[in-house]
Structure formats: C-alpha cells, structure tokens
Design a protein around this ligand. Structure first.
Ligand SMILES: Cc1cc2nc3c(=O)[nH]c(=O)nc-3n(C[C@H](O)[C@H](O)[C@H](O)COP(=O)(O)O)c2cc1C
Length: 354
C-alpha cells in the first residue's frame, strides 16, 4: 500500500498527494492520503510491503518545521521500504514566462533522514505549482494557475508511472548545485526569518471573530485574544488563514513591519554602531567577515525580539480605530488587486483523515 503523507497550507501539496494516490489506484494498487497535521493513530504503522510518500510545500528553501518533525520522528523501515519525496515549490508566470521555485535543502534533508532510518529513497521530485506566498506578492490569476497546474499534474503522472514500473526518479538531484548554494538562506529562514513572518499578521475590523482561522490552522498557532486572532510563534506562515478567511479580514501588516524595521535601523545607526566600533576585531584571516556575519545574526535576532514586543503593543492597539486603519491601509494585502490564492480542487484520491 502507498501511504502518501502530506502537509499543505493552501492545497497544492494535498493535490500532489491525491494525484499520486490516484495513479496507484488506477493500476489497481492500494493507496491512501494522510494529513501530517492530523495523521490518526495507525498512520505511522509501516508494514514490510508499504511504500511511503511525502508531499509538502517548500518554506524558506526547506520543508516547514511540521514536516521536518514528522520525518525525523518517522519509525525505522520495516523492510527497506521505498520512499518518494515531493516538495511543491512556488512558481509564477510573468508575460507567459514560467519562473520555477527553489527547493534549497528540503529534498536533501528529508532524503538523508529516511536513508538513516533504513528506507530506500527511490523518488525525489520538486513540483512547481502556483506560489501561495501572498505576503510577498499578489495571488496568481486563474489563467496562470491553470497553466502551471496542467504542467505540474502531467509531470507527476510521468513520475508516478516510472515509480509504479519499479524504477527510480531522482530528478531533484539535478538542482543540487543551486540548492547547496542557497543552503545558508535555508538556515537563516529556519532560525530567524520564519519568526519574523509569524508576527506580520493582523485582522482588520472586518473580522467578526468567527474562529475559522483558529479552527483551520494546521499547527494551532492562532488564538482569539480580545475577540481578535493573535498569531503566536508556532505560526509557520503557511498562508491558509490569510487565503481562507471568509471576510478577507486577515492582512500582512507591511506598513507595521517596515516602520519597526526602519526605527530599528535608525537606532542601530545612531546609537549601537558607534558603540560597537570600539570593540576591536582580531587580526586573523577572515576575522572581518566573521565579525560581519556575527553582527548580522545578532542584529536579526534582536530585530525579531523588537518585532515581537511591538506586535504585543499593536495587537491590543487594533481596538482603536485610528491604529487599525493605519495598520490596514498600509498593508498591501488589504487592496482589492492583491488576490488571495487557493489551490484548485483536483481529482480526489481516497482521503483518509479529512
Ligand atoms: C512562508 C513561505 C515560504 C515559501 N518559500 C518558498 C521557497 O523557499 N521556495 C519555493 O519554491 N517556494 C516557496 N514558497 C511557495 C510554496 O512552497 C508553494 O506555493 C507551495 O506549492 C504551497 O503549497 P501548499 O498549497 O500545499 O501550502 C513559500 C511559501 C510560503 C508561504
């Protein structure tokens, strides 16, 4: 049986899991899809003949923490079981030109963990599907979503066919040089960047505290505080809440983040840098670069802490109309042209845990 595990913020990885399951079923083979966020009691019981699939979005050139925790906690192989790893990436289409996403260390880390646990990694494939990262750019238009989906789906069909014939497909390794080159960015995002994004979400006065975001959050990162959603550091920025809010009330507070960052930079330039200048840098080769890297890391961590404190002030402040308007009107996601993204519903495999 193919046990096709997936984590999905907005539906892309879930569609991939369902395509894989459907391909297995079309050849008369058993397959089930299992949501990593809600796997159920028997999901991790792996039999000697089971094949394992993992589909998950790429977040910050890596798999998101929920997927990594799941993979690292996976039981040892019963019988060198075959594993297929699929990372969905954010692709965009500009003037007909398709720009693929970047995997970073997502595939490599997962493959390494499975190999250590005695599995045979027989499939490694990035899947370019429409980018859902609407904190950074507006959601794609329907025509682009359709075009990117058609391509992605046909690639998965071919990938599944090769695996079902007993072969291997390690296409992800073609990107190895570029993936290794951006590995430091994956590290930076994992340890610092993702916390920064977690504190950029607010809800506008359109929010009626229906609790849909709280219920839908796959990592239970949102709670209602004073009748408004509050995002904790558990948030993985999967974009489900922003994209699914029925009132379109959830925004990325771009203005707030920029204001905090600018004030922080001004403070560093006026006060902290002159003080730091007096600390001597040793005369070793490369010491200058090491000092720059250490300074950048410390500054980024302090900025995340400053953002955290500012968010604690902003959240209750949103009760005042003037603060709410200021935060919302300086948020790009508030404007009508900034589309939301939701993966199209595709062929249904046998859904186990929804
Ligand atoms: C916080 C965040 C970080 C992302 N980082 C990357 C990335 O490093 N590389 C990439 O190709 N796509 C990236 N994306 C795009 C998603 O991986 C892509 O849209 C994916 O297909 C979404 O899958 P889902 O709908 O199952 O959540 C990112 C998206 C988000 C929300």
């Amino acid at each position: 049986m193919l046990k096709m595990f997936y984590f999905s913020g907005t539906g892309n990885a879930r569609n991939v899991a369902q395509w894989m399951a459907a391909a297995w079923q079309s050849r008369g083979r058993e397959a089930e899809t299992i949501d990593i966020a809600n796997p159920g009691p028997d999901a991790m019981r792996i039999g000697p003949d089971d094949e394992i699939g993992i589909a998950s979005p790429t977040h910050g050139f890596n798999f998101p923490p929920i997927t990594l925790r799941f993979i690292f906690g996976f039981p040892r192989a019963a019988n060198s079981n075959r594993v297929y790893i699929l990372n969905t990436r954010g692709s965009v289409r500009l003037f007909g030109l398709r720009i693929p996403g970047l995997s970073g260390v997502a595939q490599l880390l997962a493959a390494f963990a499975f190999l250590l646990k005695g599995y045979r990694v027989s499939g490694m494939r990035p899947v370019d599907l429409p980018s859902n990262w609407i904190a950074l750019h507006p959601g794609l238009c329907d025509a682009n979503i359709r075009a990117i989906y058609e391509r992605g789906e046909s690639k998965i069909r071919r990938f599944a066919g090769r695996l079902l014939d007993g072969g291997r497909d390690l296409r992800a390794l073609w990107d190895l040089p570029q993936d290794l080159l951006i590995a430091p960015l994956a590290l930076g995002y994992y340890f610092i960047g993702r916390f920064f994004f977690a504190k950029s979400f607010i809800s506008s006065n359109a929010c009626d505290a229906c609790g849909a975001c709280v219920k839908q959050c796959p990592v239970q990162a949102i709670k209602l505080v004073h009748g408004r959603p509050f995002w904790s550091y558990r948030c993985e920025s999967c974009m489900r809440c922003v994209n699914l809010c029925p009132k379109r009330a959830i925004q990325t507070a771009h203005g707030f983040v920029v204001a905090v960052s600018v004030l922080f930079a001004a403070f560093m330039t006026a006060v902290a840098y002159p003080a730091l200048q007096s600390i001597p840098v040793p005369d070793w080769p490369g010491a200058e670069w090491a000092a720059v890297a250490v300074r950048f890391t410390i500054e980024s961590i302090v900025l995340v802490l400053v953002l955290f404190l500012s968010y604690r002030i902003l959240h209750p402040g949103l009760r005042f109309r003037i603060i709410e308007r200021l935060a919302v009107l300086t948020s790009l996601t508030h404007f009508g042209f900034w589309r939301r993204y939701r993966a199209p519903k595709r062929e249904e495999g046998r859904e186990k845990s929804d």
